[in-house]
Design a binder for this molecule. Structure first.
Ligand code: G1P
Length: 291
């Protein structure tokens, strides 16, 4: 019997150096796309997919993220007194249940693999999801829901993938593909941030993973890899001989909100996807483009 995926790890401890000065005194995961912080989109995607336990792997100076998932009594009270029901709902409707969000600290920024490993005691012997909040995916149902559905039949390790331009492969974990039906690709090799000249493909891992607990166990053994960091890709690669590793091409569009262009594009795309903003934003964009 396959165990269900109940827990999700959200590594949110990074320094956000690609987004300075915005992230000097503010976590990059609190940057807003339209009117919600990146972290809220990721938590909502996880909860829509049936995840029961959210584990934020955070770091010093990022407590605004835990506050975001707590009540803000004073604000709630004022909004209620003023009859601002919609605004009240916008800060309460999506709040997780008590105990649903746990925060652990990554004391040093030593890589994605290390961040995931920091949650090991909360994961135990279960499959788990990992969501990187700065990869935003506009999709219905959400990307993780699509993956959980596919994972019910496939099992093993499953990651979201998409083809990226050849010259950009050195920004991603890349799959060495052995079988591919156009939607699901199976890999027998994985390499983190390869040189474009030696990359086995241009099929890149996007920040959504469903992993077996064996990957967590391997994280205890991996040494520093690409960029001098403990890489999740290296731990996944160590399980390839015994656990199927597959990539799924999800339906939807992904925005790299770790880059400035991606972040601006996400704001435009998410605004255009909203009934209350679409027309106004469209006409504003047309006006700017005509200049
Ligand atoms: C991380 C992973 C990489 C993956 C990417 C997706 O890299 O290490 O394998 O392809 O996320 O966004 P980072 O963007 O943290 O450098």
């Amino acid at each position: 019997m396959m165990k269900p995926v109940r827990k999700a790890i959200l590594p949110v401890g990074g320094l956000g150096t690609r987004f300075l000065p915005a992230t000097k005194a503010m976590p990059k995961e609190m940057l807003t796309v339209v009117d919600k912080p990146l972290i809220q989109y990721a938590v909502e995607e996880a909860m829509q997919a049936g995840i029961e336990q959210i584990i934020l792997v955070s770091s010093r100076g990022k407590s605004s993220m835990s506050d975001h998932f707590d009540h803000s009594y004073e604000l709630e009270q004022v909004l209620l007194e003023r009859g601002k029901t919609d605004a009240y709902k916008s800060i309460t409707d999506w709040l997780p249940e008590p105990g649903q969000v746990t925060v652990v600290r990554q004391q040093e920024p030593t890589g994605l693999g290390h961040a995931v490993w920091c949650a090991r005691n909360l994961i135990g012997d279960e499959p788990f999801a990992v969501l990187l909040a700065d990869d935003m995916i506009l999709a219905e149902p959400g990307c993780l829901s699509q993956m959980i559905e596919a994972h019910r039949d496939l099992g093993g390790n499953l990651v979201a993938v998409e083809e990226v331009p050849h010259e950009s492969v050195d920004r991603y974990g890349i799959l060495d593909v052995v079988e591919d039906d156009g939607r699901i690709a199976r890999a027998n090799g994985l390499i983190e941030k390869p040189d474009p000249d030696s990359a086995p493909s241009n099929l890149a891992i996007i920040g959504r993973y469903i992993l077996q607990p064996d990957v967590m166990a391997e994280l205890s053994n991996v040494r520093k890899g690409a960029g001098g960091e403990i890489q999740l890709t290296d731990a996944m690669a160590r399980t390839l001989s015994r656990i199927f590793f597959r990539g799924i091409r999800f339906t939807g569009r992904r925005y790299d909100c770790g880059s400035k262009e991606g972040f601006v594009q996400a704001n435009v795309a998410f605004a255009l996807a909203r009934d209350d903003l679409r027309e106004k934003v469209k006409s504003a964009i047309r006006e700017y483009c005509d200049d």
